[in-house]
Design a binder for this molecule. Structure first.
Ligand code: DON
Length: 307
């Protein structure tokens, strides 16, 4: 992966490496134990070339970065009107794990917060599909975005499920309003499984590049989702992908993005590149501290800000 671009990326990592503020997510014991010093950045072109620096081949779990991809699958399978019937697209201005629903409609406010993402995971595949079928669709769909077969990190999955009290509370609230209609514990298990898929920074850059490429995976050439689906997903990533830091992010970085509590962040620049960073220490919004810094630098120095 050595190129003038990867040399530049290595320089950016070096410039941001000194910031050791923040802390690993500690509400999932297995994430608290992860090596906090890991640091990687990768940029994937729409022809499938990946430039990278740092720990680009180290595996970690997608966590909330799975949400825009499952959102895409749900839109592809059920269409926008059926999706909007269940989940809105308004920024919540709240933390990702808030127990809240839109007043009046009782819909989750958007598919990026946990209430919306847990509901979204029930909207993939056929309307009468079982939880097992939906899991197969999520696994197959996210693997198609990555261009390789993804696997669940079983240690993170069990660790997260054992301490999923908040997500269970959210799922019971959703069941109480008939927003989801199945056993809340089984629904949370599927959602937790999607969050526990293992990826590298390189995989994430290619997944983001698939969005940047209008839904076609740059390496395999497979059309994973249609262009209108991508437009919807990138719009929601822009307004809701960074939760209660979305306004700050859009003004300072200006790239549709999604963070995850294992320390990954993706960005997708339509028609240009997919970007991914990884560093486990998080800020108060659950986004990687050094990941945000790297994105800010790339946005400024490479003119990536869309506005
Ligand atoms: O549901 C959860 O709490 C985690 N599986 C995912 C949260 C997450 O990644 C939030 N984003 N920064």
């Amino acid at each position: 992966m050595r190129s003038p671009v990867s040399d530049y990326l290595a320089e950016v990592l070096e410039g941001c490496a000194g910031d050791t503020s923040g802390a690993n997510a500690d509400y999932i014991p297995e994430l608290a134990r992860a090596d906090s010093d890991r640091f990687a950045v990768a940029v994937a072109t729409l022809t499938g070339y990946v430039h990278g620096a740092g720990d680009t081949d180290v595996m970690f779990t997608m966590q909330s970065i799975s949400k825009p991809f499952v959102h895409a699958l749900a839109l592809q399978d059920r269409g926008l009107p059926a999706f909007l019937d269940k989940i809105d697209v308004e920024p919540s201005g709240e933390a990702f794990n808030e127990l809240s629903l839109e007043e009046g409609t009782t819909r989750p406010r958007n598919p990026m917060i946990n209430a919306g993402a847990i509901t979204t995971s029930t909207l993939v595949g056929e309307p009468d599909s079982t939880l097992a079928h939906r899991w197969e669709r999520i696994l197959g769909g996210l693997s198609a975005f990555a261009g390789r077969e993804l696997e669940v990190d079983e240690a993170v999955f069990s660790s997260e499920l054992e301490t999923a009290h908040r997500n269970l509370a959210i799922a019971h609230m959703l069941r109480g309003y008939d927003t989801i209609t199945e056993d809340p514990e089984a629904v949370v298990a599927n959602y937790t499984r999607q969050c526990s898929l293992r990826v590298t920074t390189r995989d994430l850059a290619l997944m983001a590049a698939t969005l940047a490429n209008g839904g076609v995976q740059p390496l395999t050439g497979e059309r994973v989702v249609d262009p209108p689906v991508v437009r919807e997903v990138l719009s929601v990533m822009t307004t809701c992908g960074m939760y209660d830091a979305a306004g700050d992010w859009v003004t300072r970085v200006g790239i549709p993005a999604k963070s995850g509590v294992a320390g990954g962040i993706i960005g997708a620049l339509p028609g240009q590149v997919g970007l991914a960073v990884f560093s486990p220490r998080l800020d108060e919004h659950g986004a990687s501290v050094r990941g945000v810094r790297v994105c800010e630098r790339l946005s400024q120095e490479m003119g990536m800000h869309l506005m």
